[in-house]
Design a protein around this ligand. Structure first.
Ligand code: FES
Length: 107
């Protein structure tokens, strides 16, 4: 599976700057630009792919909250806690990652 696609296109250097450096217009005119596009890739290549979302729970006796979700997709703005960012990632990539849920055990 390819992780990136490459295409070429003609490019006008007269109105652009690359990396803040003004290009040498006379030397650059006859050249073409190679465009490399990264494609979204699933973070989970093979684990329980038949499930819509992989969620695991661990029963823990001493937690301050009844439920704490820990991120496993590496996209949370509140990492290591889950903020729901896995939903957007799953939609964009077709992936099925979800959080690790720590649940306070009832006594
Ligand atoms: Fe990463 Fe929920 S935000 S698993």
């Amino acid at each position: 599976m390819s992780m990136a696609s490459v295409s070429s296109a003609s490019f006008c250097y007269s109105k652009s700057r690359i990396g803040g450096v003004k290009p040498n217009i006379a030397a650059a005119r006859p050249r073409s630009l190679v465009v490399v596009r990264a494609e979204a890739q699933a973070i989970n290549p093979e684990i329980r792919k038949t499930e819509e979302k992989v969620v695991d729970s661990v029963m823990v006796a001493e937690l301050s909250k009844p439920l704490t979700a820990y991120c496993r997709c590496w996209r949370s703005g509140t990492f290591p806690l889950c903020d729901g960012s896995h939903v957007k990632h799953n939609k964009a990539t077709g992936d099925n990652v979800g959080p690790l849920l720590l649940k306070k055990q009832k006594e």
